[in-house]
Ligand binder design. Structure first.
Ligand SMILES: Cc1cc2nc3c(=O)[nH]c(=O)nc-3n(C[C@H](O)[C@H](O)[C@H](O)COP(=O)(O)OP(=O)(O)OC[C@H]3O[C@@H](n4cnc5c(N)ncnc54)[C@H](O)[C@@H]3O)c2cc1C
Length: 404
């Protein structure tokens, strides 16, 4: 029962995170971190439910092979002629096997995101099945009261969040419809575009903080994809994005996006806001520069009205080649009035990719907060290097561009 309770608890927390409540997102410091936690909770549920299934089955196997004697449990309770106990066991057994396949599909990266997303919809049904199984097999005596209270709480949360998921209500309050406005494509050599920058005219407001991202749904049969907001002009309800060709869907988007296309924006999500510290390093690698541009727009608006606390910001824009520095001019024009921000363009083609030594040399200090957005491995290398040089890991803030 304890292994089952643990599995149910992990599942309950995982569906709570999946419901994208703002207060939950704040607690876990951003939706991107919430997804990572959701994945770890899913793995926890898989391990505990596998142990639960194995413990139960091994008892039955030992009885079957004659090593153990079947304990006498008295007659099975029947309600209106139905053996609900046996039904609950059966539901538990089947749903556990489905959960196992579901977990494998979720974890194996080779399975496309589309298939993963499609099968993930049954997560809510699995939660219902788990609750049904648990509640019907509850042990009713004084000693199990604390456990039953825990099960009741998990069940209420689980049913509520699963219902939101199954009824398609997640994120409903954070959605705004709009139409694509300006589209600017960037190509390096070939006739294929590499990135695109576009605006969306929204019909209603969204809540937004600098550095956040939003889900874009172009109503083309594909599930909404997350993209960082490049700029949001709340007064004119104009929101802008920068997207790079990173896979199947973004390839089509970058090459086919047209003004006038209908789109639904859901957001903003994420906690990639500017830290409090006066001295900062920002590293945007490739399309990872987008949330930093949104910070620049936000700072520009803010400095027009009041003094900001920041004293010194080093913005490292890392690109594969000069030609891929699509946003350099935009950044230069934005920082004209933000004299505490210095741009360092790091071009990998020049043979000197960014590392912790270069950062410390440019900043001439080890006392700074660092924000990173870009390939995960690159971030890990910088974090480890800076940590070894004496910049604590706590000062390293990242936005995870990964949802699975
Ligand atoms: C918080 C966040 C902010 C991001 N901001 C930007 C940005 O500003 N500009 C930009 O160009 N890219 C951004 N990305 C990355 C972008 O979302 C992915 O590159 C894009 O979704 C990949 O889709 P694809 O089908 O083209 O690639 P595929 O090759 O099909 O997929 C590659 C991987 O992308 C992920 N992915 C695919 N579809 C989705 C989806 N619907 N939702 C979530 N993940 C998916 C999966 O992990 C998949 O394995 C951001 C990602 C996150 C999580």
């Amino acid at each position: 029962m304890y292994s089952g309770l643990l599995g149910l608890g992990y599942m309950g927390l995982a569906v709570l995170l999946a419901a994208r409540f703002r207060w939950v997102e704040e607690k876990v410091k951003g939706l991107d971190k919430s997804y990572k936690l959701h994945k770890n909770l899913g793995i926890g549920a898989m391990v505990s439910l596998f142990s639960h299934w194995l413990i139960i089955k091994s008892g039955q196997w030992l009885v079957g092979s004659g090593i153990l004697q079947r304990p006498s449990r008295g007659p099975q309770p029947e309600i209106e002629g139905m053996n609900w106990h046996a039904i609950a066991e059966h539901v538990g057994d089947i749903s556990f096997k489905v959960f196992l396949i579901f977990s494998i599909i979720s974890l194996v990266q080779a399975i496309s995101y589309k298939k993963f997303k499609f099968t993930h919809k049954i997560g809510g049904l699995l939660m219902f099945a788990g609750i049904f199984h648990t509640v019907l097999l509850l042990d009713w005596n004084i000693g199990t009261i604390p456990m039953n209270i825990a099960i009741a709480i998990i069940s209420i949360v689980g049913i509520w969040c699963s219902w939101l998921s199954l009824s398609g209500s997640i994120g409903k309050k954070n959605k705004a419809d709009g139409k694509v406005g300006n589209v600017k494509a960037y190509a390096v050599q070939s006739d294929q575009n590499m990135a695109v920058r576009f605006s969306i005219n929204l019909e209603s407001d969204i809540s937004y903080k600098e550095g956040q991202f939003a889900y874009l749904n172009f109503h083309d049969g594909e599930s909404p994809h997350p993209f960082s907001v490049l700029n949001f002009d709340a007064e004119n309800r104009l929101i802008e994005f920068g997207v790079k060709d990173l896979g199947d869907y973004t390839h089509k988007l970058v090459n086919n996006l047209k003004a006038g296309q209908k789109v639904t924006v859901e957001g903003g999500y994420g906690s990639f806001q500017i830290p409090e510290f006066e001295k900062q390093v920002w590293v945007g690698a490739g399309i990872g520069i987008v949330p930093f541009i949104s910070r620049l727009y936000w700072l520009k608006r803010k400095t027009e009205k009041q003094q900001v606390k920041l004293k010194e910001v080093h913005l490292f824009y890392c690109v594969n080649s000069e030609k891929e520095a699509f946003f350099r001019n935009e950044i230069l024009s934005l920082i004209q009035r933000l004299d505490f921000i210095e741009l360092h363009l790091v071009n990998a083609e020049s043979g000197e990719p960014l590392d912790s030594v270069q950062i410390i040399e440019k900043v001439k200090s080890k006392n700074f907060d660092i924000c990173f957005c870009g390939p995960q491995q690159f971030g890990e290398i910088l974090k480890t290097g800076l940590n070894a040089a004496g910049v604590s890991e706590n000062r390293f803030h990242t936005e995870l561009f990964k949802m699975r």
